[in-house]
Ligand binder design. Structure first.
Ligand code: GTP
Ligand code: MG
Length: 197
């Protein structure tokens, strides 16, 4: 999958500060530090398109990236992470309504990738987001991140657990690009984009 161009289109702490949607959008959500920004870089094959960080909670604004593909354009939306305990209470309280408002009202939004650390699995915060997406009729797709940190046995255990829970999830690693093609297929499908052969 070739990405011909990728650039930051807009960033805003408030959704109403963002430009109106022009192309199909897919958002990246998940706990702080789960690897949202890294996954966007991995998919775009750009090392420094999105800033990543050792410090959880580094992305505190909504950022929109425009990707030019061979025959189509689309936007990726990087959402601030949730569940970061040492943020101020006020900040944590404002996250939910702000993001829920964005997800409910953003006309261009086709799907939300809910990123989950492969070593931790789906946690209550993620569960809450998935049922919220369900309730507003937006497709939530679970993406396991940092799979390179799992050994072969751990990976098998994790996949067995997911199957038992009746979930499907895509295993990825931004360090070694595991899952890149599979995830791109899912993203294009969710965005109703068919690229010319
Ligand atoms: P916030 O913006 O703070 O919510 O974080 P984020 O979800 O955007 O995470 P980010 O991409 O900044 O990554 C957080 C840390 O995890 C960084 O130190 C990354 O290098 C590391 N990381 C991300 N993806 C992977 C991965 O697939 N494998 C490994 N080993 N480390 C990863
Ligand atoms: Mg980030």
């Amino acid at each position: 999958m070739d990405v011909l161009d990728a650039r930051l289109l807009a960033a805003s702490a408030k959704p109403d500060g963002l430009p109106p949607p022009m192309f199909a959008e897919v958002a990246f959500a998940g706990r702080s530090n789960v690897g949202k920004s890294s996954l966007i870089n991995m998919l775009a094959r750009r090392h420094k398109l999105v800033r990543t960080s050792q410090t959880p909670g580094s992305t505190r604004v909504v950022q929109i990236f425009r990707l030019k593909l061979r025959g189509a354009e689309m936007d990726f939306v990087d959402l601030p992470g949730y569940g970061y305990a040492s943020r101020s209470k006020a900040e944590r309280k404002s996250w939910g309504p702000m993001i829920e408002n964005f997800l409910s009202n953003r006309a261009g939004l086709r799907a939300v990738l809910v990123l989950v650390d492969a070593r931790r699995g789906v946690e209550p915060d993620d569960e809450e987001l998935l049922s919220f997406l369900d309730s507003i009729g937006i497709r939530g797709i679970v993406v396991l991140t940092k799979c390179d940190k799992l050994g072969a046995n751990e990976r098998r255990t994790m996949i067995a657990r997911f199957t038992r829970e009746g979930r499907t999830a895509i295993a990825t690693s931004s360090s070694n690009a595991t899952g890149r093609d599979e995830l791109w297929k899912i993203i294009l499908d969710a965005a109703s984009i068919t690229l010319p052969a």
